[in-house]
Design a protein around this ligand. Sequence first.
Ligand SMILES: *Cc1c(COP(=O)(O)O)cnc(C)c1O
Length: 371
Amino acid sequence: MIKFLDLKKINEPYEAAFQDKLKLVLENGWYILGKETEIFENAFSAYCNSEYCIGVGNGFDALVLIFKGYIQLGKLKKGDEVIVPANTFVASILAILEAGLIPVFIEPKLETYNINPDLISEKLTSKTKAILVVHLYGQLAEMTAIKEIANQNNLLVIEDAAQAHGAVLDLTSSGRVQKVGNLSHAAAFSFYPGKNLGALGDGGAVTTNDDKLSKTIQSLRNYGSEAKYQNEYLGVNSRMDELQAAFLNVKLPNLDTENSMRRAIAKRYLAEIKNEKIELPFWDYSENHVFHLFVIRTEHRDHLQDYLSKNGIQTMIHYPISPHKQKAFSDWNHLSFPVTEMIHNEVLSLPISPVITNDEVSFIIEALNKY
Ligand SMILES: *Cc1c(COP(=O)(O)O)cnc(C)c1O
């Protein structure tokens, strides 16, 4: 069977280095927010070309702490509205709510699955204070257009970069290469094991160029305390685990290579899948996509998934129910977002990862073309 995601195989090449790190952490005798965290924070901010990186407990907390940080700094206040794509993983929306802010949903583009910038302006009110962009499935949202809207309306732009570690926005016009994590006021990353840069447990980080925000989040993640037992803010416990930081230090140098391997598979899928019943995702073949997921669409989604499963190919659905239709959000169940709903009804994620072989990719393509 071709697994959708073989995490054991993904982590296998790093096993010896992980063992060394475990030994090192045991020798250091320091388990939370220590040397390895600091090394990781420096390495990851350098990787993203951002000034600061703050390691936290997970991706959700990274998002919440950005919002809470801006609330502490007076740039946001409870009840402010935050623009967010209607089709995203539920964590993006829960994070807005957790910080006491109000999500305002925007439809995506069917081709890229990312927020449609043309639809943002009509949803802006005097209470709109921020845009939370999500680089869904690993492809950058249309940052140039989004930032223009934000600049005109004095809005914060925050990235949910949980699926897009390493994606590059190539601004050749200005001669500068900019990367995810450095395309907005602040970005949230997750190192959940299945992400492109995955730990062996939970982990997350915020990147930003804002030194005040960085300092505030450093304090908020540790009970709002800078000096021990002195609490300046109403903080939380979301500290980075030393072991996870150590494992990430092992994997980070290989992230670009692993992302290129994902792109190579995506290129094959895009070139070789030929079936009228299947819609392929849009990609401009630049490095703006790191293919966390390769997501096709078909009206016959459940049938196709069943067919592939019978052929020994495991697929997943990201995601089967749109956030506004979730039971947890019963207040919004009456809302209508046709593009979002269509996406949730039709999407299917094919296996893609640095450890899938060319033969396996050929087998998947052949099965799809025969469907
Ligand atoms: C994974 C993910 C998160 C949350 O990250 P966790 O580490 O699981 O808390 C947030 N947003 C998106 C888009 C994600 O894919």
